[in-house]
Design a binder for this molecule. Sequence first.
Ligand SMILES: Nc1nc2c(ncn2[C@@H]2O[C@H](COP(=O)(O)OP(=O)(O)OP(=O)(O)O)[C@@H](O)[C@H]2O)c(=O)[nH]1
Ligand SMILES: [Mg+2]
Length: 467
Amino acid sequence: MPFGQLRHVCIRCYYCNPPQTPWPSAVNHPSCSCVRSMAIHPEFVLKPPAKPTDLEVIVRKDKSLVITWRSTDSRASLFELRICYYPFEGPIIRDSPTKSSVHEVCGAAKHVLHPGDLPKAQAWVVKISLKAKSEGGESESAECQVTWEGELSDEESKNDLRERAWTFDRQDLCAFMESKKKHPEVLVLGPQHHGKSSFVNHVRRCLRGDLSLNDELDTAPAGAEERTIEAKRVSIEVGSSSRMTFIDTPAFSTMNADTIRTLQTLLSSSVHDGARRLDLARDELSWVGAPPHAMILVISLCHWRDQADEMRTYLEKMARVLKNASGGTVEFPYVVAATHCDKFLMECQQDDPCKELDKAVRGIKRSALTNHVYAIRNCERESAGNARNNKATFDLLSQLLTKARNQDTARSQTSFVQRWFRRGRRAIEENRHFLGGVGVGGTLLAVAWHCTNPVGSAAVGFLLLGA
Ligand SMILES: Nc1nc2c(ncn2[C@@H]2O[C@H](COP(=O)(O)OP(=O)(O)OP(=O)(O)O)[C@@H](O)[C@H]2O)c(=O)[nH]1
Ligand SMILES: [Mg+2]
């Protein structure tokens, strides 16, 4: 009998024609005469089974798919699995996939190999739909989608990274060194578990042109505990003579008055290795040592998608502090690394993941008050390289150094020293007749102390004046 049709059964007889699900007790009539009474039992109209739930896909390294689901309907005896492949950057037209296949499955899982005629190294959007089947017909279809970016072979990846690192060294690092006479120091900052330490590890692999390098910093899956609890400097050799230092910091999870003060301190003073959040919060650090040259703000695209309002407020406050660093005297150079690009694409269920990624990046640009936002996948050790990701990483670094070259983040310190120097000189001029007996050495000592330590200088000034 075709699925979905009404079945004619004896209205009274349960025993001679037992249904798959129990009938109401009123019809359990053992003493019927099957020959006489045939009717349509309303409860026995065959219905399609319920839609399968918890449809999940895992993409393995070889791009085969492990698809699992659950069915709560015992009538579902068979499942129809349809898998369609669409190109990542083309328009997704539902009815015309590049490749599609249909599988009939009895259990609740299926391992599907990547189609032999589709290049594995290319980026694909894969749509999966699943229907349960029974005598009563087909269920509604459960759907899910996975997306991944293209991959480079180990050799291609190495060559691409080394070429980019060489260009970066020759153009951006050299120009920076010429202008500042120092190796660049970059602060890496952002909320908890957004991938700050992973970003430093990733940049190190990219700058060294080797994705098989070990992690320099500890990272961990998101949990309640924060991973990085003290600032750590990682110095990365670029080419044969250049180097760049990245300073990984403990998370800045919220932007309240305290964290804003700590951030202001970080942007106006040097950060020493091992500094914990409490050390960073001490205001007197503000005027000691030169601050970093620039900052990379790390924001996860998945957090941006899931906690949009919270992230928007966070970025707006952060941008305000950065644009008014060192008491409003410095516009601190920064760019944004929008991490977890791979996870964002993999989990995207919209028809055009590429467009969704663009939309997220545009949103981050608006809130972070900069156009310099780069969608990045932090490459883990031994992971496959990707041309778009390599380009985004080096574009970010190049843009950062260009901004840093054109800004003096220590300007407020310079003006602070200059201010004290001017005051000291005025004091000397005004009290020249007292200072005559102390000599030039004493005067210089007083001025030097004056510049670095206001309390000490006041004491020496007092002594000198008294002498
Ligand atoms: N898929 C994916 N995972 C990432 C990416 N970046 C980081 N992760 C993972 O996210 C988790 C947190 O990364 P961390 O680098 O420890 O993050 P963090 O911001 O330094 O964390 P705290 O120091 O605790 O604030 C780790 O499991 C990383 O492997 C990325 O771009 N893609
Ligand atoms: Mg960390």
